[in-house]
Write a protein of this length. Structure first.
Length: 103
């Protein structure tokens, strides 16, 4: 996550290990998860849905340009910032990949 810097991806502020765990301090996103927001509203307007979809595509495109595969897409791993924009989080399953010519 250190090599990732994008406005639609949660920033890693600090990381430190203890004897039994690894701890990550991430950027604060007060809007909650996309899952929580969808549960409260039951459905989003078409305009809001299209904005969210575009933001997800924009962030995934950035990750793919960095050869990072985000493999844990679900509404619980998408946070909303103070302004209501999406932020991808939880890179536990993300992997670097190498592009092989012809594949």
């Amino acid at each position: 996550m250190k090599e990732v810097s994008h406005p639609l991806i949660v920033d890693l502020v600090y990381a430190f290990p203890t004897e039994t765990t690894y701890n990550f301090v991430l950027e604060f996103c007060p809007g909650g998860t996309l899952f929580q927001n969808l549960k409260l509203k039951e459905k989003f307007s078409i305009k809001r849905s299209l904005i969210y979809f575009a933001e997800l595509l924009y962030s995934v495109r950035y990750l793919h340009k960095k050869n990072i595969l985000f493999r844990d897409f679900k509404a619980e791993n998408v946070l909303l910032d103070f302004y209501g924009h999406l932020k991808l989080t939880d890179f536990g399953l993300a992997r670097k990949f190498q592009f092989l010519e012809g594949r």
